[in-house]
Design a protein around this ligand. Structure first.
Ligand code: GRF
Length: 214
């Protein structure tokens, strides 16, 4: 029986299938990425662009937690990082107004929520209609919200996974763009399963961005 030591070598199903070259247009799409954590998905997008697999440019990283790993990643890729502390704003709408202002300042066309741990409002959604995507570590519509991997393990599912979807006001509920399935192993912890899910996240996020472009 496979165990978590075989992490990357397990079969996985991605739909729609990831093609090696995702470039669908000559014009690079201008991305704004929002993150609250490690930024491994930021890195995956930056790497897909560097590999010329994806025709895009990351204009800005917006983050809301000081000291997160995503900042150093942005620095390494030469992407400006802007700190917007939610505590500085009286309401979610006020924070979103500043986010919209920043995204416009950096001429962003498409917004990628890659581990952004704040609820967003109509203010942001209306500013970028059908141009905001989110990556979530479950096969939606199962296990919405926080601790999705833990929820999947407690439910005893045998197939977990990840989803990239368009963002609507209701959390983790917009139209689905791409999903990847990841088998759950008998000895999985939330950490080991999340690590394997993230391998797939890093494949499907560039794929979803290319779909937006096509
Ligand atoms: C990912 O698992 C994503 O699905 C969830 O938050 C995590 C962010 O990971 N929304 P990272 O910061 O990109 O490494």
């Amino acid at each position: 029986m496979p165990n978590s030591a075989t992490v990357d070598s397990l079969p996985s199903l991605v739909s729609p299938a990831v093609t090696p070259n995702l470039v669908t247009t000559d014009v690079p799409i201008k991305l704004g990425i929002m993150a609250s954590g490690s930024g491994s998905n930021f890195e995956a997008v930056a790497q897909a662009i560097a590999n010329q697999q994806l025709n895009a440019k990351i204009q800005v990283l917006i983050y809301n937690k000081p000291g997160i790993k995503a900042i150093a990643r942005a620095e390494r890729w030469g992407v400006p990082a802007v700190f917007l502390n939610h505590r500085d704003y009286p309401s979610r709408e006020a924070l979103d107004e500043q986010i919209v202002h920043t995204l416009r300042q950096y001429e962003v066309e498409c917004v990628v929520m890659a581990g952004w741990m704040r609820l967003i409002t109509q203010v942001l959604i209306e500013a970028f209609p059908n141009r905001i995507i989110n990556i979530h570590p479950s096969l939606l519509p199962s296990f919405k919200g926080v601790q999705a991997v833990e929820q999947a393990l407690s439910a005893g599912v045998k197939i977990a996974g990840c989803t990239v979807h368009l963002v609507t006001l209701e959390v983790d509920s917009g139209p689905i763009l791409v999903q990847a399935a990841v088998p759950v192993l008998a000895d999985d912890t939330a950490e080991s399963l999340h690590a394997r899910i993230q391998v797939q996240e890093h494949r499907i996020l560039p794929q979803a961005i290319a779909l937006l472009q096509s």
